[in-house]
Design a protein around this ligand. Structure first.
Ligand SMILES: Nc1ncnc2c1ncn2[C@@H]1O[C@H](COP(=O)(O)OP(=O)(O)OP(=O)(O)O)[C@@H](O)[C@H]1O
Length: 210
């Protein structure tokens, strides 16, 4: 299975960010995406997960458009987990939307039973992030896009988290996209590293918004 972004164009208020960008990764691959702050890495991740519709170009999963309904096989984990949950919902309600992590995943991420009845504001940033990671690890996830996911965790939890994600990636043949400013982390975790600026088409006019 292959995840592909073809000639992607995204502009914010006519300011081009993705300018005919092309990207691909194979199932089971672990790709590190690096580049300067503000270049468009998160925008690319949103487009590849189907969260943001590009103004031109397309995303293909196994040569087909991303499914519009049901569980998303390309899951995105954000840098800021509070943006990924409804603040008015208790954690268990959030999970009922999709996949409920099994006990192994809960144990591996150190998720405690009592968190399920709390609201997002009643968890620390690191706890909420571990929760969001567990939520994204559904059995149908084929690609996991990790956008600076470990910056708010302490070094021991960070190391445990990456060990866990490598374990899942290998066991399930799941692709991992690791967006990070930390090149050392990318080199430790990934099988291939790409520079954002090498992917992005240069000098094209932004396409008109649909
Ligand atoms: N919804 C939005 N509306 C307007 N501008 C936006 C929006 N989202 C992102 N941008 C701008 O688009 C550019 C790319 O943002 P993006 O978050 O994709 O970059 P990034 O490479 O992930 O940055 P960082 O490494 O700092 O997280 C930035 O200049 C940002 O300010």
């Amino acid at each position: 299975m292959r995840l592909e972004g073809i000639d992607l164009v995204v502009s914010y208020s006519k300011r081009p960010v993705l300018q005919g960008l092309c990207f691909f990764m194979e199932e089971g691959e672990r790709v590190g995406l690096v580049g300067p702050s503000g270049c468009g890495k998160s925008t690319l991740a949103k487009v590849l997960s189907g969260m943001l519709c590009p103004q031109a170009g397309e995303v293909r999963l196994d040569e087909k458009p991303l499914p519009k309904k049901g569980y998303r096989p390309v899951q995105l984990i954000f840098q800021h987990p509070e943006q990924a949950v409804d603040p008015k919902w208790r954690m268990e309600q959030t999970l009922n939307e999709g996949y409920f992590p099994d006990q192994d995943v809960q144990n591996a991420l150190g998720i405690e039973k009592e968190w399920f009845t709390r609201y997002p504001r009643e968890l620390s940033g690191g706890e909420l992030q571990r929760f969001c990671i567990a939520r994204a690890l559904g059995p149908k996830t084929r690609f996991l896009l990790c956008d600076e996911i470990s910056t708010m965790l302490d070094p021991i939890t960070q190391a445990q988290l990456w060990e866990l994600l490598l374990h899942f990636s290998e066991k399930r043949g799941m692709g991992l996209l690791v967006i990070t400013h930390n090149r050392t982390l990318a080199e430790q975790v990934c099988t291939r590293i790409v520079e954002f600026e090498d992917l992005n088409g240069k000098g094209e006019e932004p396409h008109a918004k649909k």
